[in-house]
Design a protein around this ligand. Sequence first.
Ligand code: TYC
Length: 103
Amino acid sequence: MDSKHKTIQGTQEKAGQKTRKPSYYGVFLLNDDYTTMYFVVHVLEMVFHKSPVEATQIMLHVHNKGKGLAGVFTRDIAETKVDKVHRLAEAHAFPLKCKMDKI
Ligand code: TYC
């Protein structure tokens, strides 16, 4: 195609092109009887960038209630967080589980 017939691609102005808002997912940690409290706090600090105080509060909530929110992300980021938690847990032989739920 010659240059005077080229169209602008990927812009909002392109006729009929719809945009889509991202869906958000909560990433939750689940309680178990074997993972150490120290390790869960470490995961919350390293993977979810929580402060030591906030990480401890979330860990205790999970320990007492069975489940707790670690963070809210778009789908791809949430999938990556879940994967990171499971890889870290497996590497340290802990059964820590994490899941994502559309919110
Ligand atoms: N219940 C664990 C214990 O008593 C601690 C724990 C907290 C484990 C949170 C998992 O997601 C979790 N050692």
